[in-house]
Design a protein around this ligand. Structure first.
Ligand code: KG4
Ligand code: ZN
Length: 366
């Protein structure tokens, strides 16, 4: 079954063609991140306007790449595409509508059904795209993205139970907000991770335990990341006072070596606090639920330290679970996992019945 996936929930415009939910024939992603770098965050109106410009060229490119054809001739395509998968939520309303309205139009034109997709749940399906032997159920999946942190237990593709999640900021949000405090460029997560990894490479034996890991001893599978911003700000003020430089030096590209050193040390400490919190609760959940596999997903799963620490912990504790994490490119937003989830859901509907819902939660039917 050939599915065209469309994803426009945040600042990416993506289209992909995936066969039988696992074989990626093409995956094209255009991002307006460069535009948002100037303002330090996504401006929804600007993101949506860019997506209106990009959506058709991105879909055309995805189709051409998949079928090596210079044409997007309607008649040929209707015979090749069996369904259009589109993200209907959660996300920014203006952005979601660009994808959904385009999908509806193509569905009507080509006379193919739509499969609506929940973006959060779909992130997990990046794990169905990377390897030959597919993940086995039951599985625990941790979705760590820019706006959400959710741990779910999946008995199969349909039976999904929410086990825990963040009480306040998402893991990606914690990366982004603390990166902003340190004056690092947008998008904050990868910028902070880069600085942190440079510090770790130079100070491999240093224990990183400056910041608290809230809720780590609680017997639930919940997280809290909002305190990290305050803790980081307090530490920055303390260091600034001790070393006699201004707090605002952190925001400037300063040549002050003490500030630079502090920045990378703080980045490493912040990253470690987030990584340890995610890992501890996940390991506890693996021990409690007798699952075959553990799947990491979402933009934050691209984090090198997180991936490495999970793998070494699985080995050191001899946890009998098949640990999976997609390639970094498949962790961040793309349309391939949207098409994959659609294949395993198969809820084909008429375009007139498609509803956009920016507030969807991970266990909601889209
Ligand atoms: O899943 P995603 O691409 O978009 C959403 O659905 O939100 O996740 C984006 C989030 C952002 O917060 C970004 O800073 C974070 O993922 N991120 C990272 C890394 N790459 C992306 N965080 C830490 N380390 C990374 N390497
Ligand atoms: Zn996402």
């Amino acid at each position: 079954m050939m599915i065209l996936g469309i994803e426009t929930s945040c600042d990416e415009t993506a289209a992909a063609v995936v066969e039988d939910g696992t074989r990626v024939l093409s995956s094209i992603t255009a991002t307006s991140a460069g535009l948002h770098a100037r303002t330090g965050g996504v401006i929804p109106e600007q993101a949506a306007r860019k997506q209106i410009q990009s959506i058709i060229p991105v879909i055309e490119l995805a189709l051409k790449e998949a079928f090596a054809s210079p044409t997007t001739n309607t008649r040929q395509l209707t015979s090749i595409i069996d369904a259009i998968a589109v993200t209907t939520g959660p996300g920014l309303i203006g952005s979601l509508l660009v994808g959904v309205e385009t999908a509806k139009t193509l569905s009507h034109l080509w006379n193919v059904p739509i499969i609506p997709v929940n973006h959060l749940l779909a992130h997990i399906y990046a794990n169905w795209l990377t390897v030959k032997n597919l993940p086995k159920f039951p599985t625990l999946a941790l979705v760590v993205s820019g706006g959400h942190t959710d741990l779910v237990l999946m008995e199969n593709h349909k039976k999904i139970e929410w086990i825990g999640g963040t009480r306040d900021d998402a893991a990606g949000e914690a990366f982004d907000k603390t990166a902003r405090l340190l004056g690092l460029p947008y998008p904050g997560g990868p910028s902070l991770a880069k600085l942190a990894d440079e510090y770790i490479a130079k100070h491999s034996h240093k224990k990183l335990n400056l910041f608290p890991r809230p809720m780590i001893d609680d017997v639930n599978f919940d997280w809290s990341f909002s305190g990290l911003k305050t803790a980081a700000l307090r530490k920055m003020s303390e260091l600034a006072e001790e070393k006699k430089f201004k707090l605002s030096d952190y925001q400037e590209i300063s040549s002050h070596t003490k500030v630079i050193k502090n920045k990378s040390m703080l980045a490493a400490e912040i990253q470690e606090a987030i990584v340890d919190s995610l890992m501890e609760k996940s390991v506890r959940a693996i021990k409690k639920y007798n699952v075959e596999s553990f799947l990491l997903a979402g933009g934050v799963a691209a984090n090198k330290r997180l991936r490495e620490k999970f793998i070494s912990r699985m080995t050191s504790e001899s946890l009998n679970v098949d640990f999976r994490v997609p390639t970094p490119a498949l962790c961040t937003d793309n349309a391939a996992y949207i098409a994959s989830r659609a294949y395993f859901d198969q809820r084909k509907i008429d375009w007139r019945a498609v509803i956009t819902n920016p507030e969807l939660i991970i266990t909601d039917k889209p």
